[in-house]
Ligand binder design. Structure first.
Ligand code: GDP
Ligand code: MG
Length: 633
C-alpha cells in the first residue's frame, strides 16, 4: 500500500483541507474520491477474515455461525508518521481504544446491545474509525452474511432483510465489491456472485475472492475457478487462505498467517503456476492499485474544479477590494489614495470626461437668461410707476433740468431685482456640484468599501461646496450691487437730443409730467437696464465659475486633508515628547482610532475577505499538490 499511501497523502493534503474543512466547499472530499470497499458473501464465507487481511490488522470478530450481525462501517484515517495508533467508535465518542482485542470485543458487545443476545440482525451500522500512520483514508464495510434460511429465533423475513441491507451498500457506484465465495462450496450457489452481478452487471467494480481453498475436499481443486474458467469476471479471481478457527483460537498472528498462506500456494502443486497472484498480500496490492487508478481518474475533475473555484475566489476577492493597512501611516496613505481617486472622478465630471458637467453650462445658457427675461422691466417701468418714482424723487421741488434722482431710483429698482436670478444661478450650480459629489462617490468603489470614509468624504465635499456657494453668492450679488452703485455716464451723454428734451427747461411746467415725457424717460431707463442685464448675463457665470466650479475642481477636499494633516502634525509633536510621557498619553491610539474608524469596513466584508483569502491560499497549494500528483503519473 506504500504508493497508494503516498498518492493519497498528496491528494489528501490538497483535498481534505478544502473538502473536509472548507465549509461547504464545492470540491469533492477525499472520502468522495476514494471508493468504499465492501465485502459480501454467504455466512461464514470468510468476509471478516478477508477484510482484516486487506487492512493488515486483527480487530474483527470472526467465527462460525452468524457473527457479523450489523454492518460495520470502518473508516481508516491516516495520521502523521510517528503518531500513536488508536480506534474510536461513533457510539463511544472520546474513548480511545489502543488495544485492538478490546476493539473486537466492543464490536460484538455493541452488536448484542442492538440485537439482543439472539441471532437477530440489525441494519443499524456500527461506525468504527481507526487512526493510524499505516493506513490510507478509506472506508471499508463488513456486512452480515447472506443466508438461505432463517434459523431458530430469527424471523422469516431475515433472508430478505439481509439481502436488502447488503444491496443498499453495494449498489452505490463508488463501492468496490469484494465478492467472497468459499472454495468448499459449489460456486453455482454463491450468494456473493449472485448479488454482485445484480448491482454491477459489467463487473467494473467487483473482485471475486475465493476463500477456504485449504478446506476443499481431497482430490478437488479450485484451479478452474481461479483461472476464470468456471465463472468469468472482469478482473482475475483471487484465491486466499485465511486463518482457520483453530488458528484463531490459538491466536496465530497475521504475519505468521501470511507466511503460511504464501507457503501454501507455493508448495501446493495445483496452484504453483498461479502462485504469484494468489494470497491476501496480492489481493491487498491489487486492491490498492485499483484504488490508485480510480483516484487518478478523478484528478482531472478535481483539477478543473480547483481552477474554477480559484477564479471564483479571485473574482469575489477583487470585488471586495484591498484589505486595510494596519499602521497609521498606511491608513493615512490609503485614505489619501481613495480621496484622490474620488477627486479624480469628480474632476472628470466637470471636465466632460464623465457626464454631468454640461448641466452647469445649461444654467448659464438657459436658466439664467430665462430668469432675467422673466423680470419684466416694462411692468417696473409702467407709466404710473415712473410718474410715482419721479415725483417722489423730486420731493417738494420738481427737477429743473433732468430728473436725475428719478432716473437713479428707476434704474436701481429695476437692477436690484436682478439679484434674484443671480442668486438662483448660484444655487442651481451649487445643487449640480453637490449632485456630482454623490455621483463621484458612487463611482469610486473604494469608497463603497468603507462606509465611514464615504460619509466623511461626502460631508467634507458638501461642506466645501457650501463655503464656495457663500463666497460665490457674495461675489455675484456684488456684481449686481455694483451696477446700482455707479451708472455708466457715457450712456446718457450719447442720448439723442429729443430724449434729452425730457429735461428741457423750456417745456412748460404743466408739460413736464405728461405721458410723452414720462414714456421717453421710461424707454431711456429700459434701454439702460437692458444693457446692464446683458452685461450681468455675461459676468454672473464668470463669477460663479470662478468662485464655485473652479474652486471645486481645485480644492474640494483641501479642508479634509488639512484636518487629516493636523493629526499627523500632532503625532509628530507627540513623538518629540519624552518616552515616559508618551506612555501616559493615549494620543496615537486616538489617531489610530480615528483613522481606523474612517476605514471601518462592514465587519461582514472583512470576515468574508479573510475567509476568501484563506481559502484562496488553500486552493492554490491544493492546485500545486494535485498538479504534482498529475505530473508524477
Ligand atoms: P464471515 O462470517 O463471512 O465474516 O466469515 P469469518 O471471517 O468470520 O470466517 C468464518 C470462519 O471461517 C472463521 O472461523 C474463519 O477462521 C474461517 N475461515 C475463513 N477463511 C478461511 C480460510 O481461508 N481457511 C480456513 N481454514 N478457515 C477460514
Ligand atoms: Mg463476518
Amino acid at each position: 500500500m506504500e504508493s497508494l499511501i503516498s498518492l493519497v497523502n498528496k491528494i489528501q493534503r490538497a483535498c481534505t483541507a478544502l473538502g473536509d474543512h472548507g465549509e461547504g466547499s464545492a470540491l469533492p472530499t477525499l472520502w468522495d474520491s476514494l471508493p468504499a470497499i465492501a465485502v459480501v458473501g454467504g455466512q461464514s464465507s470468510g468476509k471478516s477474515s478477508v477484510l482484516e487481511s486487506v487492512v493488515g490488522k486483527d480487530f474483527l470478530p470472526r467465527g462460525s455461525g452468524i457473527v457479523t450481525r450489523r454492518p460495520l462501517v470502518l473508516q481508516l484515517h491516516k495520521l502523521d508518521e510517528g503518531s500513536r495508533e488508536y480506534a474510536e467508535f461513533l457510539h463511544l465518542p472520546r474513548k480511545r481504544f489502543t488495544d485492538f482485542a478490546a476493539v473486537r470485543k466492543e464490536i460484538s458487545d455493541e452488536t448484542d446491545r442492538e440485537t439482543g443476545r439472539t441471532k437477530q440482525i440489525s441494519s443499524v451500522p456500527i461506525h468504527l474509525s481507526i487512526y493510524s500512520p499505516n493506513v490510507v483514508n478509506l472506508t471499508l464495510i463488513d456486512l452480515p452474511g447472506l443466508t438461505k434460511v432463517a434459523v431458530e429465533g430469527q424471523p422469516d423475513s431475515i433472508v430478505q432483510d439481509i439481502e436488502n441491507m447488503v444491496r443498499s451498500y453495494i449498489e452505490k457506484p463508488n463501492c468496490i465489491i469484494l465478492a467472497i465465495s468459499p472454495a468448499n462450496q459449489d460456486l453455482a450457489t454463491s450468494d456473493a456472485i449472485k448479488i454482485s452481478r445484480e448491482v454491477d452487471p459489467t463487473g467494473e467494480r467487483t473482485f471475486g475472492v475465493l476463500t477456504k481453498i485449504d478446506l476443499m475436499d481431497k482430490g478437488t481443486d479450485a484451479v478452474d475457478i481461479l483461472e476464470g474458467k468456471s465463472y468469468r469476471l472482469k478482473y482475475p479471481w483471487f484465491g486466499v487462505v485465511n486463518r482457520s478457527q483453530a488458528d484463531i483460537n490459538k491466536n496465530v498472528d497475521m504475519i505468521a498467517a501470511r507466511r503460511r498462506e504464501r507457503d501454501y500456494f507455493s508448495t501446493t502443486p495445483e496452484y504453483k503456476h498461479l502462485g504469484h497472484r494468489m494470497g491476501s498480500e496480492h489481493l491487498a496490492k491489487m486492491l490498492s492499485k485499483h484504488l490508485e487508478n480510480v483516484i487518478k481518474s478523478k484528478i482531472p475533475g478535481i483539477q478543473s474544479l480547483i481552477s474554477k473555484t480559484l477564479i471564483e475566489l479571485e473574482t469575489e476577492l477583487s470585488r471586495l477590494g484591498k484589505p486595510i493597512a494596519t499602521d497609521a501611516g498606511g491608513k493615512l496613505y490609503m485614505i489619501m489614495e481613495i480621496c484622490r481617486l474620488f477627486d479624480q472622478n469628480y474632476k472628470e465630471h466637470l471636465d466632460g470626461v464623465r457626464a454631468g458637467g454640461d448641466k452647469i453650462h445649461n444654467v448659464f445658457d438657459n436658466q439664467l437668461p430665462t430668469a432675467l427675461k422673466r423680470l419684466q422691466f416694462d411692468k417696473q417701468l409702467s407709466m404710473e410707476n415712473i410718474r410715482k418714482l419721479i415725483t417722489e424723487a423730486d420731493g417738494y421741488q420738481p427737477h429743473l433740468i433732468a430728473p436725475e434722482q428719478g432716473y437713479r431710483r428707476l434704474i436701481e429698482s429695476s437692477v436690484v431685482s436682478m439679484r434674484g436670478p443671480a442668486e438662483a444661478a448660484v444655487d442651481a450650480v451649487h445643487a449640480l456640484l453637490k449632485e456630482l459629489v454623490h455621483k463621484a462617490i458612487s463611482e469610486t468603489p473604494e469608497l463603497k468599501q468603507y462606509p465611514a470614509l464615504r460619509v466623511e468624504v461626502g460631508n467634507a465635499a458638501v461642506e466645501s461646496l457650501e463655503r464656495m456657494r457663500e463666497t460665490s453668492r457674495k461675489a455675484t450679488l456684488q456684481l449686481v450691487d455694483m451696477e446700482c452703485a455707479y451708472l455708466t455716464v457715457d450712456f446718457f451723454r450719447k442720448l439723442p437730443q429729443d430724449v434729452e428734451k425730457g429735461g428741457n427747461p423750456t417745456v412748460s411746467l404743466f408739460d413736464r409730467y405728461n405721458d410723452g415725457y414720462l414714456r421717453r424717460i421710461g424707454s431711456t431707463v429700459l434701454s439702460y437696464v437692458n444693457m446692464v442685464c446683458a452685461s450681468l448675463r455675461n459676468s454672473i457665470p464668470k463669477s460663479i465659475v470662478h468662485c464655485q466650479v473652479r474652486e471645486a475642481k481645485r480644492s474640494l477636499l483641501d479642508h479634509f486633508f488639512t484636518e487629516l494633516g493636523k493629526l499627523d502634525v500632532r503625532k509628530h509633536l507627540f513623538s518629540l515628547l519624552p518616552y515616559f510621557i508618551q506612555l501616559l498619553i493615549p494620543w496615537p491610539s486616538v489617531q489610530q482610532k480615528y483613522l481606523s474608524s474612517l476605514l471601518n469596513e462592514d465587519p461582514a466584508v472583512m470576515e468574508r475577505r479573510t475567509q476568501l483569502a484563506k481559502r484562496l491560499e488553500l486552493y492554490r497549494s491544493a492546485q500545486a499538490e494535485i498538479d504534482n500528483v498529475a505530473w508524477s503519473k
